[in-house]
Design a protein around this ligand. Structure first.
Ligand code: PLP
Length: 384
């Protein structure tokens, strides 16, 4: 089905941050499959783990114990400080689990229509529940009736959340950095204030770290830049470095809501995908990927700010680790094709924001190449 507006290219091989197309051209991948291949392409440690696991056991079922899944849950809890995990196969499914958890949590308190606070310009997935949570009317159009138990407020606006007075509200679902919404980075104390409100009102704080998690922003999880812990956190994308896997983690009372028979998934956390995610965590720990994302991200933001300092069409350059946005004063979707012609893969989101999500294994030389290739393209584009 023609659901994608695809670039006229297919890739057959990758190595680190580089991709080779079927017609032999080389591209620098500054988008990592949309924040998925955080360790780059064909990372030897991930490839070895996958080959080894595939030759032993790929799938059994959640009818039986899965040692890799248990080890993965332990590893994720150790790096996040949360208590337990449910595994699925994508970001939308991870959020679906979180939203079901919130509903059940509400029903346990006798609330008939449990509602969840969500944000404008958010993105949480394309299933009907997560599409309804998403703050983008374009992705919702045509799929009405939507799930109508969401209360939407502007992002990074603590007053708007605080002003809500609805006894049916049971939780907040929020991205610590909005990705699809245009790489929006909230005020430093935003999560802390949300945490306080949740504690005061008995709401669950549910963080969608599908894009911001797995070392992307310079910590394992973006919430670790603040001195708080969520009740629920969702992951996918970079968790498997390209092998589909999602997770919904929880702690405290939220960790005890989804009980036997309340949720499930055929593939979720199978031996192969769990092994991939375990290899990702081991490799990121060994290679200090979060520290790398923090320092290289700062370098890139500084370098772009310097290179584009006298460019009035550039509104803002912002970043958290290697989640970087260059906002222009005009729609710039056309830049994607121009960059592609010069061998560079980028993405434009929210119409005016060039989004860069390079793999965390990018070298300084490759980072310099990215700045040197993209800067003249922005200059040319905005002087047309
Ligand atoms: N949540 C966030 C923050 C995302 O960025 C995305 C995808 O872009 C999703 C959820 C949905 O993930 P998936 O496409 O794996 O269902």
């Amino acid at each position: 089905m023609p659901t994608y507006a695809r670039m006229p290219v297919a890739f057959e091989r990758g190595e680190g941050p580089w991709l080779w197309s079927t017609d032999g051209k080389r591209y620098l991948d500054a988008i990592s499959g949309i924040a998925v291949c955080n360790l780059g392409h064909a990372h030897p440690a991930i490839a070895r783990a996958l080959c080894d696991q595939a030759s032993q056991l790929i799938h059994t079922s959640n009818l039986y114990g899965i040692a890799n899944q248990s080890k993965l849950a332990e590893a994720l809890c150790a790096i996040s400080g949360l208590e337990n995990a449910f595994f699925c196969n994508s970001g939308a499914e991870a959020n679906e689990a979180a939203l079901k958890l919130a509903r059940l949590w509400g029903h346990h308190q006798g609330i008939q229509r449990p509602k969840v606070i969500v944000m404008e310009n958010s993105f949480h997935g394309r299933t009907l529940f997560t599409l309804s949570a998403t703050g983008n009317s374009k992705v919702q159009a045509g799929f009405e009736p939507l799930v109508d138990t969401f209360v939407r407020v502007p992002y990074d606006d603590i007053e708007a959340v605080s002003a809500l007075d609805d006894p049916e509200i049971v939780a907040i679902l929020v991205e610590p950095v909005q990705g699809e919404g245009g790489v929006r980075i909230p005020q430093n104390d935003y999560l802390k204030h949300l945490r306080e409100l949740c504690d005061q009102r008995g709401w669950l704080l549910m963080l969608d770290e599908v894009q911001s998690g797995m070392a992307r922003t310079g910590r394992w999880f973006a919430f670790q830049h603040s001195d708080i812990k969520p009740d629920v956190m969702t992951l996918a994308k970079g968790l498997g470095n390209g092998v589909p896997i999602g997770a919904c983690l929880a702690t405290g009372p939220a960790a005890r809501v989804l009980t036997q028979g309340k949720h499930g998934s055929t593939f979720g956390g199978n031996p192969l995908s769990s092994r991939a995610a375990l290899a990702v965590i081991e490799t990121m720990t060994r290679e200090q990927s979060a520290e790398r994302a923090a320092s290289l991200g700062q370098w890139l933001v500084d370098a772009f700010r310097d290179a584009l300092k006298n460019t009035p069409s550039v509104r803002e350059i912002r970043g958290k680790g290697l989640m970087i946005g260059i906002e222009l004063n005009r729609p710039c979707q056309a830049l994607t094709a121009r960059a592609f012609d010069r061998g560079l893969l980028i993405n434009v989101t929210a119409d005016t924001v060039i989004r860069l999500l390079p793999p965390l294994i990018l070298s300084e030389e490759e980072a310099r190449y990215l700045v040197d290739t993209l800067t003249p393209l922005i200059h040319e584009f905005t002087s047309d």
